[in-house]
Ligand binder design. Structure first.
Ligand code: GLY
Length: 279
């Protein structure tokens, strides 16, 4: 699927959601089948109409690193737990690991600070998000508190950190993980900053258009996004990242933006997207 088709699909989905409320959301999606919308969207539409009948539990997440996170989610789903708890606990596994792109152990921005973004959403359009959050280990859990305990959807920066501390999240050390420190020192040698859109496509090594390349024998990855359906047929989704490595301080990608990094509609489906941050 090319980028234009994805953009068209996303736009039509947004349009669909808006029009849907004006007439009838499912009816609008049905009409879409006859209007020559991108094939991918048609595929999603057919899927969407079956979500209500789909039997759970099922969990999916991005990249190979997501397999460990899926196991974390499965500890909840496998016992009949709900999708929202599962997608929170699942991605916390990745937030706990030392890796390039998720959690406090990840690569810093160009000034040497790790800043985290995350969001979470349930099947009833409840959602919460944090961005530019520093020194808090589990941004996805802070996002959930934003959803459950504030009248807002998103908190950012020092305000998000202040909220997290007030909610009892410990303030962690500002020190970089040993891996991140090494990577940062290496990066500082050239301090090259040239983000490329759709880089995944350029690095296709025969694994399909969006397959990541391997680095040091491990599949490359970035953000983790996770969606799940539980045994009761309810959906949930989460997304968490440290953003682009060595980014400009203050740079924010798509991951914590509801409707870009993640969207969940209990009647239609759930989806998460990642990459260079411009979904
Ligand atoms: N993919 C996450 C980001 O670009 O921030």
């Amino acid at each position: 699927m090319n980028r234009d088709a994805i953009i068209l699909g996303v736009l039509m989905l947004i349009f669909g959601f808006k029009m849907g409320y004006m007439m009838n959301r499912k009816r609008f999606l049905q009409l879409g089948a006859f209007t020559g919308i991108a094939t991918s969207l048609l595929g999603r539409k057919v899927h969407a109409q079956h979500v209500g009948k789909m039997s759970g539990p099922v969990v999916v997440s991005t990249w190979d690193a997501g397999l460990r996170a899926n196991k974390g989610a499965w500890e909840i789903l496998g016992k009949g737990g709900n999708a929202l708890d599962a997608v929170e606990k699942g991605v916390m596994v990745t937030e706990d690991e030392i890796n390039c792109c998720v959690g406090l152990g990840a690569n810093p921005d160009r000034d040497g600070f790790v800043t985290l973004d995350a969001c979470i959403m349930d099947h009833r359009f409840n959602c919460g998000s944090v961005a530019f959050l520093e020194r808090i280990k589990h941004p996805v859990s802070v996002a959930r508190r934003v959803m459950e305990k504030t009248p807002h959807v998103m908190l950012v920066g020092s305000g998000a950190q202040q909220f997290a501390i007030a909610e009892g999240f410990p303030l962690e050390s500002p020190d970089l993980s040993p891996d991140a420190k090494k990577a940062y020192q290496e990066w500082l040698k050239s301090a090259k900053y040239e983000p490329q859109i759709n880089r995944e496509n350029l690095e296709n090594k025969g694994h399909g258009p969006f397959a990541p390349s391997q680095i040091n024998g491990e599949w490359n990855h970035d953000t983790i996004g996770m969606v799940a359906i539980d045994a009761q047929g309810q959906l949930g989704g989460s997304c968490t990242t440290s953003g682009m490595g060595f980014k400009m301080r203050g740079r924010l990608g798509d991951s914590p933006i509801i409707g870009a990094g993640l969207y969940v509609d209990g009647d239609v489906g759930a989806c998460t997207a990642t990459g260079q941050g411009r979904t």
